[in-house]
Design a protein. Structure first.
Length: 323
C-alpha cells in the first residue's frame, strides 16, 4: 500500500520547518509521497518545503490558489492534494503541528486493517504550560470525540486522519462550504456510509493550540458558527426559539467569565489557563448565535434518512433501562 501524505499550508513559515523535520524522519516500506499544498502563501512557505526535497523521498508542492480568485480554506487544500495524489491511501497532517516518531508507520499499519483511521493528539509538547488542557489530556488524546447528541457519531480532527482511496471514491470530497468543521462532516458522512472510524493509539500527532486570546476567540467563534450549519445540513431536530436559547447561553458564558478574568488578572493559580479555555468556549457560544442569523442550510436529503435512523439508535442506547 502506497501512502500519500497531504499537508495543506497557508502562511505557515513560523512552524512549517518543525513539521517538515518530523516528516523527513518518517518511513513506510510500501512507499510514500508527501504533497505540500500551498494555498496562496505569501511568507515563503513553499521555499521552506522545497528545502527538504533531498530529505523526503517523493516531495511535491502543488498550488491550491489561483491568483486573483477568492482563497478557499483547508478543505479545498485537502481536495487539491488528493487530486494530485497517487497513493492507495491518504494521510493528513498540518503545517502548525508535528507528527511524532513512528506516526507514518503506525498510520500505514492501521490503514492495512481499517478503511478510516485517526491518530491520537498530544496537547502538551508544542504548547506552553498555561495552555495545557484544564481537564485530563485534551480531546482525542485517548478517545475519539463524540458530541453529546444528534447524530451520535464520533469524529476526529482533520490534522490526524487517514483513509483508503476507496473511502474517498465513495464518500466524495471534503465540504469546502464548511471551512471549520469539514473534518466532522467527513467523519459523519463516512460512518453513515458504512466506514467505521478507528482510533490508532500507536499513531500520535503533537497538536499546536492558538496562543493569543483574539485567535482563540476567532477559532471558537468560527467553529461554533459552522457547527450550527453542520447540524442544519443533517436535519438535526431543533428546539423552540433556538436563537434566544443561544443568546441566553452567551449571557451565561459572559457572567461565568467575570471570576475567570479576575483570577487571571490577579495572577492566581491556573488563572491564565482557565481564561484561555473560557475565551475559546465563549467564542463557540457566540459563533452558534451567528450560525442562526443567516438563512438555514439546505438539508442533505441523501444522508438525512441515515442520520435519523442512527440518531434513533443512539437515543435508544442512551435511554436508562427500566428493567
Amino acid at each position: 500500500m502506497k501512502l500519500s501524505v497531504i499537508l495543506p499550508c497557508y502562511n505557515g513559515a513560523a512552524t512549517l520547518a518543525v513539521q517538515m523535520e518530523a516528516l523527513a524522519a518518517q518511513a513506510w516500506p510500501g512507499g510514500w509521497e508527501l504533497i505540500v499544498v500551498d494555498n496562496g502563501s505569501t511568507d515563503g512557505s513553499a521555499a521552506i518545503a522545497e528545502a527538504f526535497r533531498d530529505r523526503v523521498p517523493d516531495l511535491r508542492i502543488v498550488q491550491a490558489h489561483a491568483p486573483g480568485t477568492p482563497r478557499l480554506g483547508v478543505p479545498h487544500s485537502y481536495n487539491t492534494g488528493i487530486a494530485a495524489a497517487t497513493g492507495d491511501a491518504f494521510v493528513f497532517c498540518e503545517a502548525d503541528d508535528e507528527v511524532a516518531a513512528g506516526w507514518l508507520q503506525a498510520m500505514g499499519e492501521a490503514l492495512a486493517r481499517h478503511d478510516f483511521v485517526a491518530a491520537r493528539l498530544d496537547h502538551r509538547k508544542l504548547n506552553p504550560e498555561w495552555l495545557h488542557p484544564v481537564h485530563g489530556e485534551g480531546y482525542q488524546s485517548e478517545h475519539l470525540s463524540r458530541l453529546p447528541g444528534y447524530p451520535y457519531l464520533a469524529h476526529a480532527s482533520g490534522c490526524a486522519i487517514g483513509l483508503r482511496r476507496a473511502v474517498w471514491e465513495r464518500v466524495g470530497a471534503f465540504e469546502v462550504a464548511l471551512p471549520c468543521v469539514h473534518d466532522t462532516d467527513y467523519c459523519w458522512r463516512a460512518q453513515l456510509q458504512g466506514f467505521a472510524l478507528h482510533l490508532e493509539k500507536a499513531a500520535l500527532v503533537h497538536y499546536r493550540e492558538k496562543q493569543s486570546l483574539p485567535a482563540r476567540l476567532r477559532q471558537g467563534r468560527n467553529w461554533g458558527r459552522d457547527y450550527v450549519r453542520l447540524l442544519q445540513r443533517y436535519g438535526a431536530p431543533t428546539r423552540s426559539l433556538p436563537r434566544l436559547r443561544r443568546l441566553v447561553w452567551v449571557l451565561r458564558c459572559l457572567s461565568a467569565g467575570v471570576p475567570v478574568g479576575l483570577r487571571a488578572g490577579l495572577g492566581l493559580a491556573d488563572g491564565r489557563r482557565r481564561l484561555a479555555d473560557w475565551v475559546w468556549n465563549f467564542g463557540w457560544a457566540w459563533g452558534e448565535v451567528l450560525g442562526t442569523l443567516g438563512p438555514p442550510e439546505p438539508v442533505r436529503s441523501e444522508l438525512l434518512a441515515l442520520a435519523l435512523a442512527r440518531s434513533t439508535e443512539g437515543a435508544q442506547a442512551a435511554r436508562p433501562s427500566t428493567s
